[in-house]
Design a protein around this ligand. Structure first.
Ligand code: ZN
Length: 59
């Protein structure tokens, strides 16, 4: 497993921007706490990846 963001995965519903977008980074999915699963099924927010893309920096 790599600890680098997987910029090749397609956009998940919980993403603020498509993976690989400049100025964004991956963050732990709060919906599943990074497990990628909710109630025994794939997390709908991160689509089972355990993380979502969020904007970083700003301000
Ligand atoms: Zn999730």
């Amino acid at each position: 497993m790599s600890d680098k963001p997987d910029d090749t995965r397609h956009e998940a519903p919980g993403d603020e921007a498509p993976p690989g977008t400049p100025g964004t980074g991956q963050d732990l999915c709060r919906h599943c706490n990074g497990s990628g699963e909710v109630n025994g099924g794939k997390c709908p927010e991160c689509e089972g990846t355990g993380y979502v893309i969020e904007g970083i920096g700003g301000g």
